[in-house]
Design a protein around this ligand. Structure first.
Ligand SMILES: Cc1cc2nc3c(=O)[nH]c(=O)nc-3n(C[C@H](O)[C@H](O)[C@H](O)COP(=O)(O)OP(=O)(O)OC[C@H]3O[C@@H](n4cnc5c(N)ncnc54)[C@H](O)[C@@H]3O)c2cc1C
Length: 376
């Protein structure tokens, strides 16, 4: 596996890092966190102009990237700056599902995502599904040229801003069967769709979505009837690469802030970093961070592998990154003392992002179990 970034990816990394370090200050982000929208339309437009949304799609989809390493480079920088804008939901999940399954007409929506004019959300998780991607109780029944959806979707991130909710529903089979799950393009204003929105702990917003006899033309289906699961699993794997890379970037920031703090905070007439007990703790964090970086590179490099091999490497990375992330967040806060709890200081938000990223698409325990199942 080649560990060096291509020239194009290096350039994208440089320009994104520069843009975010200039614009995405702690003060600016705290303003976004306090806003009703939960993200900045201005930052979104500028990310689109910089081509960052395009980097998450392949050339045939109108972008210029889309591979595991493109996703990893972008999300590492987003994590480094603690960005709350919903790139995962609009591009990796919503846009990715449409580009994988959509008809020529539906694909036109991907262009709008890339240019920044359309938001999407993936309405998949349900109150009883936990992390299990095949658990879908929401039903879809077809009568002639119409399909009617009924059910509830839980924690649909970016639902309020989305023009369409890419909604999973079961057309046949039992609630935990892989076969039988379809995806539908549901306009946010579809009659029968209602949502209750709320802010998320580490930024952004989500909603509980109810589908009460939501009737759509059959052309709203993405791909074949009941055949959505493999693409859902593939996009969940891409989201896992994104979340692991985002956590890596956030951990880089947390450790850099902590190292600086240990070198400047004076206690007993000298910087506290001159005490060996704290140096050992810092050294442990830096070693674990290097391990996490290797795991993210490995996961990104296996995103296009066959499903079993892909999921094995991705679960290994998610488990390791979750454990290291928890350690880095907790140690960084502890080493900082009381200042780490202050919202005006970058670490408070970064630590929340690290801890909460673990809980999307499988936490440490879930990925450990998946890894064991796949190696059995
Ligand atoms: C909202 C809030 C409420 C709190 N309430 C209470 C309370 O009710 N009661 C209470 O007791 N505390 C309370 N605290 C904790 C307390 O105020 C301090 O945050 C805590 O004692 C750490 O001190 P500090 O911030 O000065 O950290 P620092 O002195 O900067 O230390 C940073 C880290 O380095 C370690 N350290 C410093 N010097 C050395 C050294 N020479 N060798 C090894 N390690 C070292 C410290 O243990 C700490 O982990 C509260 C904190 C917060 C944020």
């Amino acid at each position: 596996m080649n560990f060096e970034l291509t020239l194009e990816r290096q350039m994208m990394q440089d320009s994104l890092r520069r843009f975010l370090s200039d614009r995405y200050t702690t003060q600016m982000r705290n303003g976004i966190l306090d806003s009703d929208a939960g993200f900045s339309a201005d930052i979104w437009a500028q990310l689109a102009d910089l081509g960052i949304l395009g980097a998450l799609f392949a050339e045939e989809q109108g972008g210029y990237g889309g591979a595991g390493f493109d996703i990893a480079v972008v999300f590492e920088e987003l994590g480094r700056a603690g960005v709350v804008e919903p790139l995962l939901d609009s591009a990796i999940l919503g846009g990715g599902l449409i580009s994988a399954l959509g008809s020529a007409d539906q694909q036109k929506l991907v262009e709008q995502v890339i240019e920044g004019s359309l938001h999407l959300a993936f309405a998949h998780g349900e109150p009883a599904s936990r992390y299990d991607l095949q658990h879908v109780e929401t039903t879809a029944s077809q009568q002639g040229d119409a399909v009617t959806l009924n059910g509830c979707k839980a924690v649909v991130v970016n639902a309020e801003a989305a023009g369409y909710l890419i909604t999973s529903a079961r057309e046949f089979g039992a609630p935990r069967d892989e076969a039988g799950i379809s995806l539908f393009l549901v306009p946010k204003d579809a009659p029968g769709l209602s949502m209750r929105g709320y802010p998320l702990l580490a930024g952004g917003r989500a909603a509980e979505v109810a589908l009460d006899k939501v009737t759509l033309p059959v052309t709203a289906r993405l791909g074949g009837a009941g055949a959505g699961y493999p693409v859902i699993a593939e996009r969940a794997a891409a989201a896992s690469v994104a979340l692991a890379a985002e956590t890596l970037g956030a951990m880089e920031t947390a450790t850099a802030l902590t190292r600086d703090y240990l070198q400047t905070r004076q206690q007993f007439g000298r910087p506290i970093g001159s005490f060996q007990a704290l140096q050992h703790r810092m050294a442990d964090l830096l070693i674990e961070l290097t391990q996490a970086r290797s795991a993210v590179i490995n996961a990104a490099g296996h995103l296009s592998a066959a499903p079993r091999l892909r999921d094995l490497h991705i679960s290994a990375a998610r488990n390791l990154v979750a454990r290291v992330g928890r350690l880095v967040a907790e140690e960084s806060i502890q080493l900082h003392g009381g200042i780490a709890m202050t919202q005006d200081y970058a670490l408070a938000h970064i630590a929340k992002r690290i801890v909460m990223a673990e809980h999307r698409f499988g936490d440490a325990d879930y990925h450990l179990e998946t890894f064991i199942d796949l190696t059995a």
